[in-house]
Design a protein around this ligand. Structure first.
Ligand code: GDP
Ligand code: MG
Ligand code: ZN
Length: 431
């Protein structure tokens, strides 16, 4: 008997044969998915502890296809058949698209993810006809909270001190919202929590040869310390999802590099210092992550060289004149048949220009990136835009929510989605 029945909202054929769990990354038949008991007396799970609602393989269902627990309650939630962590229903219906964001502490990952997802919620539907939704509101909560701080702030004129966003992503256990613990008999494993979004083509015009069933975007905000040598262990397998990721986004913060800062000073630019007790060698982080991905991908028989890597160069607002490109419109447009298309030639031109600057000022990062993959793209982003200010009382960098104007933050995602799920974001064809 299958553990999943057709839902009224989805036909039976929309269930995947196999799924990949976004927590533990195991791949297994979809009908081995478990249900979460709802009756309060059904407590205790061997992997999640005595307080967790019991997980079970059902043998009774309601007419709507929901499982019934052993005390007769209708259940609504699914759990992974391997790690037992809760999985939203789209995990069983949409092929997973893994993307991993990596960078040293302070490189700008949390601000980038926050502003990129906020902007993608607008750009994907309006420019590409692709809907984006939280696969389950609770699972993306820390990101949604951060989006609200920056973009839906009740006090848009009051400066937000930069540093108060998704905090403490850099230390395990510092914030349990960012990690899940699972016990496997004698040993425990800590998994990084994913952010999960459904991506679906909204309209399907008759001319649309691109019809696809959509994807489950599984996104990871990786703390840089995990990529110091020796940090990946069976107890905290931080690199395994990267081996599954079609797209790796490495955040490179040029304002942490002395030579880049010198070039800014020579050009008359003032670049605020990153407030950190310690700075990490950025190219070492990339090299270490690359070595781990190679190890896991090799074990799974995959090829690494064809894996796409985007070097996302952050804080563009502070060094934009060094690149010296003219202000340009977004590199996408609506095609005649009503489907948004990406101007890949322009993305490539931008990447080539930025690579040139990095090769001149901090060539190690180019060597590290291109030593890992033959498919590297370089894209500049500013999560905050040009309107940051120094808060008077504290002297710290701040921004008024009404002044947040991200630059280029959606492009690394749009391009990665285009490359890994071309049916969702096609490229522009030139005549
Ligand atoms: N000027 C500027 N500073 C930024 C930008 N994004 C982040 N920062 C600064 O960099 C700090 C670290 O960013 P955060 O996203 O928390 O880094 P994470 O540790 O990689 O997640 C923030 O507190 C800001 O001061 C940006 O787009 N422009
Ligand atoms: Mg962070
Ligand atoms: Zn799992």
């Amino acid at each position: 008997m299958s553990s999943l029945q057709a839902q009224p909202t989805a036909s039976a054929s929309s269930l995947l044969n196999h799924l990949v769990c976004p927590h533990c990354w195991e791949r297994y038949p979809t009908d081995e998915v478990l249900w979460v008991s709802e009756h309060t007396e059904l407590r205790g799970d061997d992997k999640l502890g005595p307080d967790a609602p019991r997980r079970f393989l059902p043998d009774r269902f309601t007419a709507e296809g929901d499982a019934i627990d052993s005390k007769g309650r209708t259940c609504h939630k699914l759990a992974c058949g391997r790690c037992h962590l809760g999985i939203p229903r789209p995990v069983t219906e949409l092929e997973a698209l893994f993307m991993s964001v990596l960078g040293t502490p302070g490189s700008g990952k949390s601000y980038f993810l926050t502003t990129a997802m906020w902007k993608l919620r607008e750009v994907l539907p309006s420019a590409f006809g692709v809907s984006i939704a939280d696969a389950e509101p609770a699972i993306n909560q820390s990101l949604v909270d951060a989006e609200e701080t920056l973009f839906l702030n009740a006090d848009p004129d009051k400066p937000v001190w930069l540093g108060s966003l998704i905090d403490k992503t850099d230390a395990v256990g510092a914030d349990q919202k960012l990690y899940n613990g699972v016990s496997y008999g004698t040993h425990g494993v800590t998994y990084l929590r994913p952010y999960l979004f459904t991506l679906k083509r909204m309209k399907n015009p008759a001319t649309d040869a691109w019809a696809t069933r959509g994807r489950l975007l599984c996104l990871y905000d990786n703390a840089g310390e995990h990529f110091l040598p020796g940090q990946d262990s069976a107890a905290m397998p931080v690199a395994r999802h990267m081996a599954l990721s079609r797209a790796l986004l490495f955040l490179y913060d040029p304002t942490q590099d002395p030579r880049f800062r010198d070039a800014c000073t020579r050009a008359g630019l003032k670049v605020p210092k990153v407030e950190r007790d310690r700075l990490y060698r950025q190219e070492t982080t990339l090299t270490e992550a690359a070595a781990r991905v190679k190890k896991y991908a090799g074990m799974a028989g995959g090829h690494v060289a064809d894996r796409m890597l985007t070097v996302v160069v952050s804080k563009y607002d502070t060094w934009e004149p060094l690149l010296g490109l003219p202000k340009d419109s977004d590199p996408w447009r609506m095609s005649a048949n009503g489907i948004g298309v990406l101007d890949v030639d322009r993305v490539m031109a931008l990447s080539t220009a930025l690579r040139g600057l990095l090769a001149k000022l901090c060539p190690e990062i180019v060597y590290a990136a291109e030593g890992f993959s033959q498919d590297v793209t370089y894209l500049p982003v500013s999560s905050l835009g040009p309107n940051t200010e120094i808060e008077q009382q504290t002297g710290k960098l701040a921004i008024r929510p009404k002044n947040v104007e991200p630059i280029g933050v959606t492009l690394p995602f749009l391009y990665a989605i285009h490359r890994s799920a071309p049916g969702l974001i096609p490229r522009m064809r030139r005549k």
